[in-house]
Design a protein around this ligand. Structure first.
Ligand code: SF4
Length: 677
């Protein structure tokens, strides 16, 4: 669609970020010339983050994969030859057909939130894999511990409206560097701050957000559950509870009360590495200021007890009655609010399994699972991986195992990608996928309550195709004749959101869900009883679960430092690492260290260091200063391995052990030692 006059179309940011911004995409001459935030969309209010403002640079990058490629060197060498689409699709179909004839479960799809779009995400892909009978994928890598904890508490991934934080009098930002990863929430928090609200930040790292809050608590990683119990201790001891709200809307509070009374601030302070008086001050603020809002984010749940900790924190506003106000309560995810307007079964077609019940592979243990032999417990050895919207070689934990698995010469790997990522380097066939302005999509959000429209702005570049089209063509090659494989992208979009007025969505770029302002002011949680269960079915009463690799673990003597690996400011998981201007802004992979920890090891600011534990070693540059608390180092991620120093990234060190709830990875539950390199 060449055009000489500039024109503006509605877009939606596809990235794994709670803000799901509305974009205004300016197109001229078949190119995206500018991407801006839509000023009319209330959550976006005209602002974009630094990363997505550079979207034209990303879409039109000379590094884009624009033709199918076939491996021409050893696995991981990055050597490929250009091939045509026919050869690529015929090769893939022949291999998948042969493997499926033995056992289709030996084929594993691997995908996550490289795009959050419902069409180009799983729209056609899951139909394809369901029809094939491939293994199912447990998509746990980011949020399932907190997500399942929230669902066990409120009945769904539901919470406050983003905009109402502007009216809060107290905001506790827990486990989130909002300025980097939830910018549009931060705007509302700033409005509240200007109107006199007090802001607390709870984060082991002194982030950009922590610096701008009135108070910052930096607990040791994985101890948030102890802190939450101690806050409850103070609420009980000082009678800062809303007895009426508890009586009417919380089931089984007595057991939680008893548990909380075992956690006076002195005990929690010792466990969390905090001062007891600071815990008391936070509890006093939380118990006496209304409306009080918590913005919880997923950083705190990437530890052994992440699920229990999220349950405990989610209970706090139920004890103080903060939910009575629209500016009180908690938001971890809003995605459950969209349940009523989505058409998941019609979109993903699990009925195509036709009674088969394939095994499930957890994406967070892909390193181990790629190396497993066939067994009655595991099922067939993994023979083929189809990767889309994900870069597991960079982002999955314990890289050494992941790389070893991807390097298997007998593994047939297909990667749909925009760029030659670490994962694409390990592919047998790479298929060029379109970026967001090159295709149509619809989105829901996990940070606000607007369904979003993304118009195709330009024709696909080179020979790139939308994911849905690639799976459509693969289905045809496999001989699948069900009419659902002929659905075009607009049909998929309509199927994805049957409860949304499609004409309004397309015209305006978004549709706000019709929801009450203060959804739990009078209870009505989405649990079977409508009340919040303290003793949740199958989970019991939440408790503090210490980290696997905490200060008292056997590993602590050999590896005295705890490490977390939050995202570098200019990256979003592993996306944008290859955008030159953003990578130049980050310069090099960094390990933030407290001056005392650095001095004890003879490490100066800017020195090259080796970070190591029993799983691996990683080289990066020390950044000595106030961002790290004593005893904790921050390995900023997620660099692509090939852009890292000596071809590694921080996931060399992280483990494949899983959380208490949600089968999620424990990236931030990781002990290390550091020495000059
Ligand atoms: S990454 Fe987040 S803040 Fe940036 S444009 Fe996308 S949705 Fe908005």
């Amino acid at each position: 669609m060449p055009d000489s006059e500039p024109r503006v179309v509605h877009g939606a940011c596809p990235h794994d970020c709670p803000d799901t911004c509305a974009l205004r995409v300016t197109v001229q001459g078949g190119r995206v010339v500018r991407v801006q935030g839509d000023p009319d969309h209330p959550p976006t209010h005209g602002a974009l983050c630094n990363k997505v403002s550079r979207y034209p640079e990303r879409t039109h990058s000379p590094d884009r994969v624009l033709h199918p490629r076939k491996r021409s060197g050893p696995k991981g060498s990055g050597r490929f030859a250009r091939i045509g689409w026919d050869e690529a699709l015929d090769t893939i179909a022949a291999r998948l057909r042969a493997i499926a004839a033995r056992d289709p479960q030996a084929v594993v799809p691997y995908s996550y939130a490289g795009t959050m779009g419902l069409v180009q995400g799983e729209g056609m892909a899951l139909r394809f894999f369901h029809k094939l009978g491939a293994s199912l994928l447990d998509r746990t890598i980011c949020s399932s511990a907190g997500g399942e904890a929230l669902a066990a508490t409120y009945g769904g991934k539901i919470g406050m409206h983003l905009e109402h934080y502007a009216e809060s009098r107290l905001i506790v930002i827990w486990g989130s560097n909002s300025i980097t990863s939830n910018l549009h929430f931060w705007t509302f928090a700033q409005q509240a701050k200007r109107a006199g609200a007090k802001l607390w930040c709870i984060d082991p790292r002194r982030t950009e957000t922590a610096e701008k809050c009135h108070r910052h608590l930096a607990p040791l990683p994985g101890t948030d559950g102890a802190l939450a119990l101690s806050l409850m201790h103070e609420l009980v001891a000082n009678r800062w509870l809303d007895d009426d709200y508890i009586e009417r809307h919380v089931e089984g509070f007595a057991a939680l009360r008893e548990r909380a009374l075992a956690w006076p601030p002195e005990r929690a302070a010792a466990e969390c590495g905090l001062q007891a008086d600071d815990i008391r001050e936070l509890a006093r603020d939380y118990g006496t200021v209304q409306p009080a809002a918590i913005r919880l984010n997923y950083g705190m749940q990437r530890v052994a007890g992440g699920g229990n900790a999220a349950r405990l924190i989610a209970l706090l506003p139920c004890l103080t009655g903060a939910w009575r106000h629209r500016a009180g309560g908690l938001l971890l995810s809003a995605s459950g609010w969209f349940k009523g307007v989505r058409g998941d079964a019609a979109l993903y077609r699990p009925d195509l399994l036709a009674g088969r019940r394939p095994r499930t592979i957890n994406m967070s243990t892909i390193g181990d699972d790629l190396l497993r032999e066939a067994s009655p417990a595991f099922g067939p050895r993994i023979e083929a991986l189809v990767v889309y919207n994900s870069n597991p070689v960079a982002v999955a934990p314990q890289s050494a195992r992941v790389v070893q698995g991807f390097a298997r010469e007998d593994l047939f790997t297909v990667v749909l990608e925009h760029f030659m990522t670490d994962t694409a380097d390990h592919a047998d066939i790479v298929l060029p996928a379109t970026t967001q302005p090159e295709h149509l999509d619809v989105h829901v959000s996990y940070g606000h309550t607007y369904a979003m429209w993304n118009e195709q702005a330009i024709a696909p570049l080179g020979e790139a195709k939308p994911n849905a089209q690639i799976f459509r063509e693969l289905a045809a090659r496999m001989g699948y004749t069900e009419p659902c494989f002929a659905d075009d992208d607009e049909a998929l979009a309509r199927t994805a959101l049957p409860g949304v007025d499609f004409d309004v969505l397309r015209r305006d770029g978004w549709v706000r869900l019709a929801l009450p302002d203060a959804p739990f002011a009078d209870g009505h949680f989405q649990t079977p009883t409508g009340k919040v269960p303290v003793d949740a079915p199958g989970l019991g009463v939440p408790d503090y679960v210490p980290p696997y690799e905490g200060e008292r673990s056997a590993l602590a003597a050999r590896y005295p430092l705890a490490m977390i690996s939050p995202p570098a400011r200019n990256f979003l998981n592993s996306s944008f690492v290859n955008v030159a201007s953003l990578r130049e802004a980050e310069r090099e992979p960094l390990l933030e260290m407290h001056p005392d920890d650095a001095a004890a090891r003879g490490i100066a600011d800017g020195a090259l260091v080796e970070v190591f534990n029993e799983r691996g070693r990683y080289h990066c540059r020390a950044s000595v200063g106030a961002r790290a608390r004593r005893g904790v180092v921050n390995g900023l991620g997620v660099w692509w391995r090939k852009f890292g120093l000596r071809g590694t990234n921080v996931n060399e060190l992280t483990s494949q052990r899983l959380t208490d709830i949600g089968r999620a990875p424990t990236f931030y539950d990781c002990r290390v030692e550091v020495r000059p390199a």
